[in-house]
Design a protein around this ligand. Structure first.
Ligand SMILES: Nc1ncnc2c1ncn2[C@@H]1O[C@H](COP(=O)(O)OP(=O)(O)OP(=O)(O)O)[C@@H](O)[C@H]1O
Ligand SMILES: [Mg+2]
Length: 329
């Protein structure tokens, strides 16, 4: 049984302009100790999906099972208990740390909510500070006294306090200097080794998630367009959108750079208030055919345990298609 199971989850936002289907029929599993990377452009629904799993935003349809229990149907008491097993960390560690509280109070907050005794809280916070590589005496200091990377370590310590099984990491390194990013990512990897925690790791940048993720989920306008083992997706994207994201990602290996198709995202992201008919990527897809503008492709199984939502995916029919000329660059 998967640790976390998301089934046909939907989230709609009502705005003055109309209804946005921010998350539309999303399903995936997360196994114990696994890292799943969730990627896609800004506004595709990544944070909304993370928050909906945590029940921080209401869902309009679908289910979320944690260890077999339906989180979407839980009453307050059971939900509070499930929060011990599932935690979230955010892009802006400063915004989520109360500036008026010292670090000991902030990191120990989930423990005091859970009814721990003061002395036990203190011992656990000391332990947590060690785990995230901060000195124990940092407990008496305040968030503004820390650098961005250190603040993210504090956010991680707080998320770890109750020994969760799942941590949803929403762009945890996007706001950090490039030099600090690798340190925080290494820390998250070490903590996973030590505790067996699973991560849903959200990023708009494929190059950030690729090497830490076992599997990748690519989202476009609220829907999953591709999933698969991380290296498979990276080496051979099945969806034209993934191919375009990869072309935009920085590449360390020059051999990959040469062999990789140069596809460039054309045009603007369509309005989520009024998504295109058929495949929602068809307005920007260099390979789009008439069918793509008429019929929405379902997410279907392809080779190697992968799934793709494309009528003419790049794995099964790579050469059969008349290719539209790509933008020269
Ligand atoms: N509270 C809200 N009310 C109305 N619409 C919202 C709300 N929050 C998000 N949206 C809309 O839902 C869609 C998904 O937003 P979301 O923040 O989940 O995307 P994201 O993939 O996390 O983007 P980013 O990479 O910028 O963080 C967007 O169209 C956004 O404008
Ligand atoms: Mg977001």
């Amino acid at each position: 049984m998967p640790l976390l199971s998301v089934l046909s989850l939907c989230v709609q936002y009502q705005s003055a302009q109309g209804v946005v289907r921010a998350v539309d029929d999303v399903s995936f599993d997360l196994e114990p100790g696994e890292t799943v990377g969730l990627v896609g452009e800004s506004g595709c629904g990544k944070s909304t999906l993370g928050k909906a799993i945590m029940r921080l935003v209401p869902t309009s349809d679908g289910r979320v099972f944690l260890d077999g229990d339906d989180v979407t149907r839980m009453q307050a008491g059971a939900l509070k208990a499930s929060r011990k097993s599932m935690q979230m960390i955010f892009q802006d560690p400063y915004g989520s740390l109360n500036p008026r509280h010292d670090v000991g109070t902030i990191v120990g907050q989930p423990l005091s909510v859970a009814g721990w005794l003061r002395r036990d809280i203190k011992d656990r916070v000391v332990e947590l500070m060690g785990q995230v590589g901060l000195p124990a005496d940092a407990m008496r200091r305040y968030p503004h006294e820390f650098s961005g990377g250190q603040r993210q370590r504090l956010g991680i310590a707080r998320a770890l306090a109750l020994k969760p099984k799942v941590i949803i990491c929403d762009e945890p390194v996007s706001a950090l200097d490039v030099s600090v990013r690798a340190q925080v990512i290494n820390l998250l990897e070490d903590l996973q080794q030590a505790t067996g925690v699973s991560y849903l790791f959200i990023s708009h940048d494929l190059s950030v998630v690729e090497h830490i993720s076992d599997r990748l989920i690519v989202m476009y306008l609220g829907r999953i367009v591709e999933t698969g083992r991380s290296e498979d997706v990276w080496d051979r994207p099945a969806h034209p959108y993934t191919e375009a994201l990869l072309a935009a990602a920085p590449i360390a290996d020059p051999r990959t750079a040469r062999s990789r198709a140069r596809s460039v995202l054309q045009g603007e992201l369509p309005s989520p208030l009024n998504p295109p008919p058929g495949c929602s990527f068809s307005t920007r897809c260099p390979y789009a055919q008439a069918l793509c503008r008429e019929e929405r492709p379902m997410l279907r199984d392809v080779v190697g345990g992968r799934k793709v939502a494309c009528h003419y995916d790049l794995l099964e029919q790579p050469a059969a298609l008349p290719r539209v000329a790509r933008v020269a660059n």
